[in-house]
Ligand binder design. Structure first.
Ligand code: CTP
Length: 412
């Protein structure tokens, strides 16, 4: 067994119906022992072969079984179940579960959570050898393989049903080894650290009111997650948002621009900095300790504001701890490319992701974005697509940048 760990990694384990479900208990034990956390979903079939109580005891987590459970849905919900995991594992994956997965059927909690998942998936098939060899199952397996799903082949041997053949679920140690391999494989950004800012900042005026910017944090959070998926060690510094913390990312919550700046400084050194936060440009010179009351003369209070520190510019200025690649955002309403190019030079950052917030396209709070990547070589348009795809493209571009640098250094 390799001496690698699953520290900080969370796994969603789906246990479907099959005698091999007893082996899943050992798998849970191995994951926990190596520092990982594991949340389990049991199908109705799975419940016939192992009990929610044994699964809950070993995983030290609540076990999820029912899509119609009001308690489970309000507390976590079938969407968040997979979204909060770094990897989804189905062990045992029954013939029925594999068929549902291949055809997008969502008729219980497990299959619904799987259809709503955007996380990598590893399956450990387990069934009678004739079921395994059946062309229907083999076609389904091919469909899943074409989708990039990871699979641990079943073994050959005596089956619980008394027959002999291929279909026995791989041993828990082997499945655990595949999980370790997944997390420890060399990825394009392995060994690099990244700092990402996201969300708005809130600048208090009094205990009740604040000045803030529009920002859902969706783009910044997606970037943090995409960088982590590519292997970077990511710290996300976020203002107040209504989003869950991305999986596999160290997330620090702040409120004001000054707090965000201080937290960013503490997170240095980093190889990559991406400033996606919509930082408020101003804050009140004095924060009133009591609520500002209307005076009755209809004259609004004379608010005195001061300029906030520019976090992007501070991170980008020449300094020993300056990240090798500093990327900012530019929300512009006119002359998008020129204004963004100017902003890139004024702030001293390397790249800018520019978007036109003055057009009729909805950007704030939307799931999609239409951006331009501005570098010293010019502008490249990324047509309207999901913020997750924008994040993935940016992470790919960052990985290419570091790979080119590495190749150049090696060639010198
Ligand atoms: N930014 C920052 N700190 C600030 C203001 C902005 O880090 N105090 C960063 C944002 O995270 C973004 C970039 O600067 O990456 C550009 O933000 P934008 O609002 O477009 O520009 P401003 O600097 O605020 O300039 P202006 O509003 O005048 O266009």
């Amino acid at each position: 067994m390799p001496s690698l760990s699953l520290n900080g990694k969370s796994i969603l384990l789906v246990i479907s119906g099959g005698i091999a479900a007893y082996k899943s208990l050992e798998l849970i034990r191995l994951i926990k022992k190596s520092g990982g956390s594991v949340r389990c979903v049991l199908t109705k079939g799975g419940e016939q072969f192992t009990t929610p109580l044994s699964v809950a005891t070993l995983s030290e987590e609540q076990v999820y079984t029912d899509i119609w459970s009001l308690k489970d849905e309000t507390e976590i919900g079938h969407i968040r179940l997979s979204r909060e995991a770094d990897l989804v594992v189905i062990a045992p994956a029954s013939a029925n579960m594999i068929a549902k997965l291949a055809h997008g059927i969502a008729d219980d909690l497990a299959s619904t959570a799987l259809l709503a998942s955007d996380k990598p998936l590893l399956i450990a098939p387990a069934m009678n050898h004739v079921m395994w060899e059946n062309p229907a199952t083999q076609d389904n397996i091919k469909t899943l393989q074409n989708r990039g799903i990871l699979q641990i082949d079943p073994g050959t041997g005596d089956m619980a049903c008394g027959e002999f053949g291929m279909g026995r679920m791989a041993e828990p140690e082997e499945i655990f080894g595949a999980i370790l391999g997944f997390f420890n494989e060399e990825k394009p950004l392995s060994g690099l650290t990244a700092l990402v800012t996201s969300g708005p900042t809130y600048e208090p005026l009094d205990p009740v009111r604040f000045i803030g910017n529009r920002s859902s944090g969706k783009q910044g959070h997606a970037i943090a997650e995409a960088l982590a998926t590519q292997g970077a060690d990511v710290t996300l510094v976020t203002g107040p948002v209504a989003l869950p913390d991305p999986a596999g990312v160290k997330t620090i919550h702040v409120e004001t621009a000054v707090e965000m700046l201080e937290t960013c400084h503490k997170a240095l050194p980093a190889d990559i900095a991406v400033c996606a936060a919509a930082v408020s440009d101003w804050s009140a010179t004095t924060i009133m300790s009591r609520k500002i009351k209307k005076r009755g003369d209809r004259i609004p209070p004379d608010l005195k504001l001061k300029e906030n520190p520019d976090i992007l510019a501070m991170l980008a200025r020449p300094a020993p701890k300056r990240p090798a690649l500093v990327i900012g955002f530019a929300a512009e309403t006119e002359n998008l490319i020129e204004a963004a190019q100017e902003k890139r030079q004024n702030k001293g950052c390397d790249w800018i992701i520019a978007n036109n917030v003055g057009s009729t396209e909805k950007i704030f709070g939307a799931d999609e974005n239409h951006v331009y990547l501005i570098t010293e070589n010019g502008a490249e348009e990324w047509k309207r697509t999901s913020k997750k795809v924008v994040a993935k493209k940016l992470a790919d571009q960052i990985a290419d940048h570091f790979l080119t640098q590495k190749t150049q250094i090696a060639a010198e």
